[in-house]
Design a protein around this ligand. Sequence first.
Ligand code: SF4
Ligand code: SF4
Ligand code: SF4
Length: 305
Amino acid sequence: MNRREFMAAVAGGAATVGGVVCTSFPAHASDSATGASGNQIGVLVDTTKCIGCRKCEYACARANRPNGTSIESYKDMSVFDSPRRMTHDALTVVNRHANPVNPSEPIYVKSQCMHCLRPNCVSACIVGALHKKSNGTVSYDVSKCIGCRYCMLACPFEVPAYEYNNILAPKVQKCTFCYETYQARGEPPACVQICPPNCLTFATRDDLLEMAHAKIEADPDAYYPHVYGEAEAGGTSWLYLTSRPAEELGFLKVPAHPLPHLTENLQHSIFKYGIPPMLLYGLLAIAMKVSEAEEKTEPSKAPHE
Ligand code: SF4
Ligand code: SF4
Ligand code: SF4
């Protein structure tokens, strides 16, 4: 059983304990409830242009860890030999995939938090430490976090990472959309600004979708006719254009509908039917064991595999 299956089982079990199946418990963030994209911001990643330079990884690290980052360490291309997933100090990673059409030109894919329109992590967080802002950013408030790591189990894209090495004040880490740094200054995120071939475009999600479909229509030989993130998990703020089917490029196969009903069932049961704390902590303990065991046994699993 992987952690997403476990989460579904826990949510189902909790609903049974509560005696009902509830599908309408509101999430903490009211503006995350509709799933409408409106004028929310987003980034379109055109993977057909990515050259695998890892500059986005460097810019992201510099934006989040200004004192401990050197460009030299991002010149090591041997990292592409094995698939990588996001970690507490790598909020975005680029992976290399074989190109069956042109083997000499591999395909590179950047991964980070997708900033879902209906974020399952927000729905799962029982204390409201994760929040969907009205511009589309899914933000994290460490002062509210109790370290339960529900968000890690709930995320359908397997994004949030935990600072296991930080014993005193561990945090959950994921892409911030550069909300309090670059966006606060009215600038695009750091990774978008640095990308040499401009394969990252920052705009409203609606404009990006129009742009993505126009590109597919204008050059059907270059693009696979699917915008990853348009529908996945009810839609995401990060969108992808690819030359190959997404599943060949390590993207997770995620249902095209919002998933928070799983975690909302759990929240509803906890609060409405007063699941005994011992049972809740027991479920949490099992959940953490599943999560940790998975991370130990699958160290090289790709972020979107
Ligand atoms: S990708 Fe995961 S962590 Fe990011 S907003 Fe969606 S559910 Fe939350
Ligand atoms: S938006 Fe900011 S935090 Fe997110 S991957 Fe880009 S640089 Fe990193
Ligand atoms: S900076 Fe741009 S081209 Fe370079 S790896 Fe990142 S997304 Fe690809």
